[in-house]
Design a protein around this ligand. Structure first.
Ligand code: ATP
Length: 307
């Protein structure tokens, strides 16, 4: 399925076909195939999986070695045009610490090519949208981590891009700020593509229906969160075990949770087959368990069961 923008007939999705990327001799992306449509899309994977490499490639900040990418109908080779319709918030976002917040945003708007006569209005509207209007006269270095991240979103949106790419934005945020930031992303995704890369399963659970899981430069899974949960059905167990057996259980199984009781511990286990443990019970899959099952089981079907 693809969506059309109001009048400009641009295909509102990102198509990625057989994309490979190398850093020197090191291959970082292997035959990536994905279609990303309007709304929130989650890219989940552990450190080094290739998420940043893929996101920078989609933002036309990196060149691929082979394959095809189109962003809203534009081939990725048209880097300048792609950057004009893409906002990017990198993992390490730092900018002009001694400028006031509104001045910094205005300056970044100028760098993004927003005309001077439109900037003042845009800066005020965006600061309002990301809930920083009351802090506009503070220096950037005086903002909290979460506020800086929200300012990062404002700068990524200043040229009103059709695509917003955000790389691990919630690391280091407290729970309240993390929730606020995720809600902001969801609002922004109402009328554009938002790609959220993270290794935090909770961020995906709260915001994305469509996801891809990457590992070692490959897409292990693509599909819906519910199909990922369904894939793990029959493979997630709990058991009450004596504490002295815990080291052995952790060696033999993927343990995703432990709750210490007075004389035993309830462990949550991801396993292909039923573990040979006392009181073992099959349980409803949770997303963290389903993600671990996908990472560690050989039976993870890349299509997510949806063609
Ligand atoms: N500039 C570079 N030169 C060489 N290798 C690189 C470079 N950047 C990344 N890599 C390697 O490419 C692989 C993918 O890295 P990438 O940063 O894309 O992963 P990631 O999923 O974003 O991880 P993280 O969450 O830690 O940022 C890793 O093995 C990494 O070491």
């Amino acid at each position: 399925m693809s969506f059309l923008f109001g009048g400009d007939n641009m295909n509102n999705c990102i198509e990625i076909k057989n994309v490979n990327k190398f850093y020197g001799k090191k291959q970082a992306l292997f035959d990536i195939d994905l279609t990303i449509e309007q709304g929130m899309f989650g890219l989940l994977g552990r450190n080094g999986a290739g998420k940043t490499t893929l996101m920078k490639t989609l933002a036309a900040l990196h060149q691929k070695k082979s394959g095809e990418i189109t962003v809203c109908g534009l081939p990725i080779e048209k880097a300048k045009d792609i950057r004009a319709i893409t906002g990017y918030l990198p993992q390490e976002f730092s900018m002009y610490p001694n400028m006031k917040t509104d001045e910094a945003l205005d300056y970044l708007g100028a760098l993004s090519g927003v005309p001077a006569n439109e900037r003042k209005k845009k800066v005020t509207a965006l600061l309002r949208r990301v809930n920083l209007i009351d802090h506009r006269h503070k220096k950037v270095k005086e903002l909290s981590g979460g506020m800086k991240r929200r300012l990062g979103i404002a700068q990524a949106l200043i040229h009103d891009p059709k695509v917003l790419i955000v790389d691990e934005p919630t690391a280091g945020l407290d729970p309240e700020e993390r929730i606020r930031f995720r809600n902001l992303l969801c609002e922004v995704a109402e009328d554009r593509i938002v790609i959220l890369s993270t290794h935090i399963v909770g961020d995906i659970e709260a915001t994305c229906e469509q996801i891809a899981i990457m590992d070692e430069g490959k897409v292990l899974w693509r599909g819906t969160v519910s199909s990922l949960l369904e894939n793990a059905r029959g493979h997630i167990y709990t058991a009450n075990v004596e504490k002295r057996f815990l080291p052995q259980i952790k060696r033999e199984f993927i343990v995703t949770g432990m709750i210490a009781q007075s004389d035993y511990t309830t462990v949550r286990i991801v396993s292909d087959a039923e573990p040979d443990l006392p009181n073992v019970v099959l349980t409803e899959p949770d997303l963290e368990g389903a993600y671990m099952y996908c990472l560690h089981s050989s039976g993870c079907d890349i299509s997510g069961g949806e063609e």
